[in-house]
Ligand binder design. Structure first.
Ligand SMILES: CCCCCC/C=C/CC(=O)SCCNC(=O)CCNC(=O)[C@H](O)C(C)(C)COP(=O)(O)OP(=O)(O)OC[C@H]1O[C@@H](n2cnc3c(N)ncnc32)[C@H](O)[C@@H]1OP(=O)(O)O
Length: 719
């Protein structure tokens, strides 16, 4: 039952308990319960103090985000918190588990705050495209000062109870029962003056150079935010706190919140929040997260200690898994022996650990993996080599060992064939650097068992990853969609654009890096190898622009043939200060190369508008997303969007490619694809997906309804 209950302890302490599992969010019923409880407290002369707590050891996870989708009803938060603060009886918040967003704002309206040492506190509204609009942006700086409030509110980071104590957000921290302590504390402060405890009545202590502090904060959020509105609005609300009386500050907070609340960005960020939770629960095979048995992995092996393998070893050890790290090449093994402990130390430091919980042993032979429960093969992308390793593993490992391949696009089923038990083979596509990047694609082959998939999903979560289960096809989800995106970027160069122009358009959209900078960073040879395997490359003075019956741009192949592999060679689509350089500068050589290429192929360059660059790159990518949904390679649009936000730099405040298509309007995306396909009939990736057409024909349902639409569509097409 969702509510807030009222009871009286020992005749004098009123206890208000928030009850709305799992995080006691402030839904309408809870707000009504609190409002009623405040009235009862006021009327009861026996009650001399009040304690507010949350059921099941969790104070409050904030406003009920699900309610944001509809019209708001019930008692609003702001007057409710004011009523608490205005009480003439001391009110104490007993913070166990978490006090986030509106939950912390509620606590800031109380006169005292007692926290359990394991509690997490924060104002994460900015991550949902909002600001702390229940007085949080005005009360917090009055409590802890402007600079600290700027940090917490513009980043939305969660802090520990001990940091909250240092900052002065809480009055006491306990390792024991926080509720019991809060009740005793409430009794002890009866009769003490409450005026100084009411944060709304306090002045906001700002540094003397307040304007420059705020301007600096604004510059920082602009730079970090890549077009996100909420951090900018947060600085605006804090400027009001620092420069205006409380009532006017509250008015500013309300105005800014109203703008954000109805913005597409808030909707996108809230969608991203729920998408992240949705993807952990489903697998494309139809097996559910909660009915597939998983195995707890204590000991694993990693085969191949190149960049990816080393990162995976570190991520496993940090997750508490003991690792046998295997590398057959002596030089690479020696490098790993030196680098892995250093990486581990840094990783442990970032997590506040003295030593990583998992133990690592190094080996040069596969026979040492015989005792592990799971193997992750991470050698380079060569099917024959991987198959050899898998068939060897099948004989070396004990029966039942889960065998995983870190591959960015190879056929998992071909690898499974090389073993005796294909049900135990799954893909684990990590992203570089593997100990840092949050995304993991868990690839289910047609014969992978739900247990093997679930084991990889859960292991990924333990490693701190957002694990997304995907189907088996070339490039899986992320790289399959990347192909048409990069292809369009290359075609745009042929037609007259420069790498900078394309990159600036994409960075203006919100990507941290445009496609050419990204390609320079990851190495142009990565795609070259894939194209060679697919039989697409050809060498010669006059390479053709049609391959396998469709338009093809040989530009990136020619760059590789000339040794321009990106940052590692100091030359790519940009030039760098030597091999390994990081600062990209435009390169006259590239300009000349493009001009010569166009002239040789009789291509007349034209001025290409930013709008066309974005539409062609992004809609080609999204169109492939619709094909992926249609093929059942991703369980839903949320899976694709999470993959793009966490693995490919898609700006979170734009939700992801599928959400973005919905925001632009599916009919418009379809119309644009038809338009570009008409001008480029030799580019199959611009041919609108039939799923997109069917969604448009069905009236463009919202993205949250696509799963249902697709499953009905599938049943219908099978009849
Ligand atoms: C003009 C309007 C004026 C409004 C003024 C007031 C504005 C207030 C702003 C806010 O308070 S916004 C909300 C701020 N709070 C948050 O951002 C917290 C969000 N939640 C989390 O970060 C995490 O869920 C957690 C609380 C740290 C717990 O993490 P954990 O890993 O333990 O569990 P999850 O799987 O994430 O969540 C479990 C379950 O609970 C749902 N949920 C979590 N928080 C909320 C919430 N605030 N509202 C509604 N639902 C919430 C989550 O979706 C999961 O649900 P599922 O169905 O099991 O997937």
């Amino acid at each position: 039952m969702k509510m807030a209950t009222y009871s009286v302890l020992s005749g004098s302490v009123a206890l208000i308990t928030l009850q709305n599992p799992p995080v006691n969010a402030l839904s309408e019923a809870v707000r009504t319960g609190i409002t009623d409880a405040v009235q009862r407290t006021l009327k009861d002369p026996q009650v001399t103090s009040v304690v507010i707590c949350g059921q099941n050891g969790r104070f409050c996870g904030g406003a009920d985000i699900r309610e944001f989708a509809g019209p708001m009803s019930g008692p609003p938060l702001v007057p409710m918190i004011h009523a608490l603060e205005a009480m003439e009886k001391p009110v104490v918040a007993a913070i166990e588990g978490l006090a986030l967003g509106g939950g912390l704002e509620l606590a800031l309206g109380c006169h005292y705050r007692i926290a359990h040492s394991q509690a997490l506190l924060g104002l994460p509204e900015v991550t949902l495209g909002l600001l702390p609009a229940a007085g949080g942006s005005q009360r917090l700086p009055r409590l802890i000062g402007l600079p600290a409030a700027l940090d917490l509110i513009t980043t939305g980071r969660h802090i520990s109870a001990s940091e909250a104590l240092k900052l002065g957000i809480v009055d006491q921290v306990t390792d024991d029962n926080a509720l019991k302590m809060a009740v005793e504390f409430a009794r002890s402060v009866v009769g003490q003056p409450l005026g100084p405890r009411r944060l709304s009545t306090r002045p906001c202590h700002s540094p003397p150079d307040v304007d420059s502090v705020l301007d600096q904060a604004l510059a920082q959020v602009w730079q970090r935010g890549r077009g996100a509105l909420a951090p900018v609005a947060c600085v605006g609300a804090l400027r009001a706190a620092a420069t205006l009386p409380y009532a006017q500050g509250m008015e500013k907070e309300r105005e800014l919140m109203a703008t954000l609340f109805n913005s597409g960005q808030a909707r996108a960020l809230q969608y991203a929040f729920f998408s992240q939770r949705v993807v952990g629960k489903w697998q494309p095979s139809g097996a559910r997260w909660d009915n597939s048995t998983t195995r707890t992995i204590r000991k694993a092996a990693v085969i191949g200690l190149g960049t990816m393998g080393r990162g995976i070893v570190v991520a496993l050890a940090l997750a508490g898994v003991s690792v046998v790290a295997v590398e057959s090449q002596e030089k690479q093994l020696a490098a790993a022996r030196q680098m892995v402990p250093e990486m581990l130390q840094r990783g442990a430091g970032r997590r506040g650990l003295d030593t990583p919980p998992g133990v690592i042993s190094f080996s040069s032979g596969l026979e040492d993996v015989s005792e592990v429960e799971l193997v992750i093969e991470a050698v380079f992308e060569d099917m024959a080599l991987k198959r050899r390793i898998f068939s060897r593993l099948a004989t070396v490992c004990r029966p039942g060992t889960v065998l995983c391949s870190n591959t960015s696009g190879l056929d998992i089923d071909q690898l499974a064939e090389a073993t005796q038990n294909p049900a135990l083979v799954v893909g684990m596509h990590f992203f570089a650097p593997a100990h840092v990047m949050k995304l993991l694609e868990v690839v289910c082959g047609p014969r992978s068992s739900p247990e093997a998939v679930a084991t990889a999903m859960v292991l990924g979560k333990r490693m701190g990853k957002v694990s997304v289960a995907v189907g088996n096809c070339p490039g899986f989800v992320g790289n399959r969609m990347l192909k048409p995106y990069m292809e369009q970027a290359n075609f745009l160069l042929e037609e007259g654009a420069t790498p900078q122009q394309v990159d600036e358009a994409l960075e203006g959209f919100g990507f941290p890096m445009g496609v050419f900078r990204m390609s320079d960073l990851s190495g142009l040879d990565v795609g070259w190898r894939v194209r060679k395997e697919a039989g697409l490359t050809e060498q010669g003075v006059e390479p053709t622009r049609m391959r396998q019956g469709q338009r093809y741009s040989p530009l990136p192949d020619q760059m590789c043939e000339g040794g321009r592999l990106g940052q590692k060679t100091g030359r790519g689509w940009y030039r760098y200060d030597g091999p390994g350089g990081r600062v990209a500068r435009s390169d006259p050589w590239v300009q000349n190369f493009l001009e010569t290429y166009r002239a040789r192929h009789g291509l007349v360059p034209r001025r290409i508008a930013t709008e066309e660059i974005l539409e062609r790159c992004l809609y080609a990518l999204t169109n492939e997303g619709f094909n992926i949904l249609q093929d059942g390679v991703a369980a839903g649009p949320e899976d694709i969007d999470v993959i793009y936000v966490f693995g490919y730099g898609w700006p979170r405040h734009r939700g992801g490619p599928m959400f973005h298509a919905g925001q632009v309007g599916l009919a418009r995306v379809l119309e644009k694809l038809e338009h570009y396909q008409h001008s480029h009939p030799d580019v199959p990736h611009l041919k609108p997906s039939s799923l997109l057409r069917r969604l448009v024909a069905a009236g463009s349902p919202p993205v949250q309804k696509w799963r249902e639409f697709i499953s009905k569509d599938r049943v219908h097409s099978q009849l």
